[in-house]
Write a protein that binds this ligand. Structure first.
Ligand SMILES: CC(=O)SCCNC(=O)CCNC(=O)[C@H](O)C(C)(C)COP(=O)(O)OP(=O)(O)OC[C@H]1O[C@@H](n2cnc3c(N)ncnc32)[C@H](O)[C@@H]1OP(=O)(O)O
Length: 431
């Protein structure tokens, strides 16, 4: 960053003092809004943003250019923002594991492509690794940014639409019941339902405080942070009457065509809650379509009497993972078959590069640096190991893509068997 000699990096926790966010807290949030081309939140919105950030235990990194003078806004506003907060991710093991979540990454157009992001993220990932985080995670605005920093696509997500002009008939008998509730009632249920779904869903990142307020209709985006008009909510109760899913949704309006129920959030502990909540929206009179988001291997097409009424309208990358500690990460997931593989991992940031040996015996993984005299079976970049990690892709596919090199005859079948997962990873959370 030689041309950046006036650049100063400030790392701090957001603060509210005497009921008011501090100047640097507001300046960070205003710069982030600007970086994402949003309008500036009003004073109460800025306070809400600070409250959410504090509740999530976030750390802000604000980058300043000390050479900036008035009339430049950067005389007193950051030229770049970056934030990170701790959470957990379900990697298919007994318990979710810690994850370093990265968000709010912006660099002003006047300062882009000068290595500011590279400097900040390199330092942050090094710190996260030193703090013992096995993984870092983010959702990306563009697919071209984070691979160079070792992030690989670990879970995709779809947008779907469901034609419901004649309702949504399910093939299976109904297992539970639906209760329509005021969104504010979800204050009593959303956190527990998010947590239960998190514990059961491969690839799930735990909910944050934005998600909770979103469920309750207190806000729906980072720009307005105002209560959502006409938001509806329903709870799914299992056969014992316990809440195991919720949905919030909006009517598209009488001027729309076709009349649509747009799912804002849907969190279900299992497939029964998911299919029955969606079918409930489809059962509304006067409604022709339901739209929402879901996993790649959604239960809906198989659950519906008319599978063709379900249509994927978009498929996109969602969760990007960065392995910070190979033994901790590979040792945390479960394996459905035994085997052994040694992998040479390239890592341009030098956090985990080297040869690693994974041995799974009776389902128990042991991961260690490969002994010097052991021939490696395959080599790949750390970003591609992240894509293999939760089963988002296979070693064979990476090999066909030309990004995984095989050194031993049995490497591909061994890796495909070891890394296979029973479900396609899905991360509902946005962060
Ligand atoms: C987790 C999140 O918050 S995702 C949101 C990311 N932010 C946005 O999309 C907001 C708009 N964009 C931006 O603010 C900036 O362009 C950023 C943050 C994406 C990049 O910041 P910069 O400081 O310009 O990146 P930096 O100069 O460090 O670039 C590092 C490398 O990434 C490359 N790069 C940076 N941005 C992009 C991009 N959008 N597409 C492709 N390559 C990119 C650079 O060319 C450089 O490559 P090199 O190391 O091979 O030379």
């Amino acid at each position: 960053m030689s041309e950046n000699s006036t650049i100063r990096i400030e790392r701090f926790a957001p603060e509210i003092v005497d009921g008011v966010p501090t100047g640097r807290t507001d300046a960070f949030n205003l710069a982030t809004s600007r970086g994402f081309h949003d309008g500036p939140p009003e004073a109460d919105g800025l306070k809400t943003l600070a409250e959410i950030a504090i509740a999530d235990g976030i750390t802000f990194t604000a980058v300043h250019d000390d050479a900036a003078v008035a009339p430049s806004i950067h005389a007193d506003q950051p030229v770049a923002t970056y934030a990170a907060f701790p959470g957990t991710i379900n990697v298919g093991g007994a318990e979710p594991v810690p994850v370093h979540q990265i968000t709010s990454v912006t660099v002003s157009p006047t300062h882009r492509r000068r290595g500011i992001l590279r400097t900040v993220i390199t330092e942050d990932l090094r710190r996260a690794r030193e703090a013992g985080m096995p993984l870092a995670a983010l959702t990306a605005s563009e697919a071209t940014i984070y691979g160079r920093f070792g992030f690989g696509l670990a879970a995709e997500r779809v947008r779907f639409e469901l034609k419901v002009d004649r309702g949504a008939q399910l093939r299976a008998a109904t297992t539970g019941s639906i209760v329509e509730v005021a969104p504010a009632e979800l204050k009593n249920h959303a956190a527990a339902i998010f947590a239960a779904a998190h514990a059961r869903t491969l690839g799930s990142v735990g909910h944050n405080h934005f998600d909770l307020g979103f469920a309750e209709g207190r806000w729906d985006d980072y720009e307005s942070l105002k209560p959502v008009k006409n938001l509806r909510a329903a709870l799914h109760l299992d056969a014992q009457g316990n809440p195991d899913g919720f949905v919030t949704y909006l009517f598209s309006g009488w001027k729309s065509d076709p009349y649509t129920m747009e799912i804002q959030q849907l969190c279900a502990v299992d497939g029964a809650a998911r299919r029955e909540l969606v079918a409930h929206l489809g059962a509304h009179d006067l409604i022709d379509k339901v739209t929402g988001r879901g996993p790649v291997d959604d239960v809906l097409p198989a659950a519906l009497a008319d599978s063709r009424s379900y249509k994927v309208t978009a498929l996109g990358d969602h969760l990007w993972l960065r392995i910070l500690d190979v033994p901790a990460a590979l040792g945390a997931r479960s394996y459905s078959s035994d085997g052994r593989i040694s992998l040479l991992v390239r890592d341009d940031l030098h956090l985990v590069n080297g040869a690693w040996e994974l041995t799974v015996s009776d389902g128990e993984p042991v991961v260690r640096p490969a002994p010097a005299d052991l021939a490696v079976d395959a080599s790949l970049d750390v970003r591609d190991l992240a894509s293999l990690y939760l089963g988002a892709t296979s070693a064979t596919r990476l090999h066909e893509a030309g990004v995984l090199t095989v050194h031993s005859a049995g490497a591909l079948p061994a890796m495909d068997a070891l890394f296979a997962t029973a479900t396609v990873p899905y991360c509902q959370a946005d962060f």
